[in-house]
Design a protein around this ligand. Structure first.
Ligand code: FPP
Length: 248
């Protein structure tokens, strides 16, 4: 007989077809979590690290194949210089500290985002993690750093326009499939479950193109308090939804 604590750590039993392939994570509420404790905002971000990697383990256990984590948005540059500096350094440190563990767990890390403005040292760390983990197949973890949905679409349009100007592409060849090849990460799959913590109900410019038919689940828990069980609960909600993709 299993102890209740052990039993609790098993994912819910759901048919394979009810498990989302790609889950997008908006890790919101770090600042509020810290404020509630009279701590600086950066302590909330630090506490958010354990939550992210518990969710990664929960995703592996339940069979999610792709996770996208919104770690720094193209709009986050508007935060105080101290917080921006902290978040850049923290991203670099977390990737360096976690990459071997992720590699051993069969997780492939990918960086998704814009190079402009991003600290070189952060980019290098992400690219090294990509290289180290590129053969892993259990789960892909897209670290979205300096990522913005509108920026991604605008950048794709600019690249596509260049190809049209160079006559590599004719305007009448442009369709959704071709356009998606110009996105930051063309092989990223469509988002099935879009999960945001902290009770806020908006997308905040995350994976706009890829989330066209995502199921939105908003959990009323601040990101540092999120665990694998929060993910599993969201997946149970997702499993109860009817997805029609525009059909009647
Ligand atoms: C939002 O909380 C969170 C971010 C700006 C993204 C950063 C996320 C983390 C640091 C979590 C773990 C990430 C890594 C890289 C391990 P917020 O500051 O907007 O919170 P608030 O809305 O309560 O102010």
């Amino acid at each position: 007989m299993k102890k209740p604590s052990e039993k609790k750590m098993l994912p819910p039993r759901l048919p394979k077809s009810a498990i989302p392939h790609h889950v997008a994570l908006v890790m919101d509420g770090n600042g509020r979590w810290a404020k509630q404790r009279g701590l600086p905002r950066t302590k909330g971000h630090e506490a958010g690290e354990a939550a992210l990697f518990d969710v990664v383990e929960g995703a592996l256990l339940i069979g999610v194949k792709e996770l996208s984590a919104y770690a720094f948005s193209t709009e986050n540059w508007r935060r105080s210089p101290d917080e921006v500096k902290f978040l850049m350094g923290f991203n670099r440190e977390v990737i360096r500290r976690r990459r071997d563990q992720m590699n051993e767990m069969g997780v492939r890390i990918r960086w998704v985002g814009r190079p402009q403005k991003l600290w070189k040292s952060v980019m290098n760390e992400l690219l090294e993690a990509e290289e180290l983990t590129k053969r892993n197949k259990k789960l892909t973890l897209n670290m979205c750093v300096n990522y913005g949905g509108r920026a991604e679409i605008a950048d794709a349009a600019a690249l596509l326009a260049q190809d049209v100007a160079k006559k590599r592409i004719k305007p009448d060849q442009i369709n959704e499939k071709l356009f998606s090849k110009y996105l930051d990460e063309p092989t990223m799959s469509d988002v099935d479950l879009f999960l945001r913590s902290s009770g806020e109900q908006r997308t905040s410019n995350f994976l706009l193109w890829q989330s066209a038919y995502a199921e939105m689940v908003f959990m009323d828990v601040l990101w540092p308090d999120v665990t694998r069980e929060t993910l599993w609960k969201a997946i149970e909600i997702y499993a109860g939804r009817e997805r029609r993709f525009g059909k009647a």
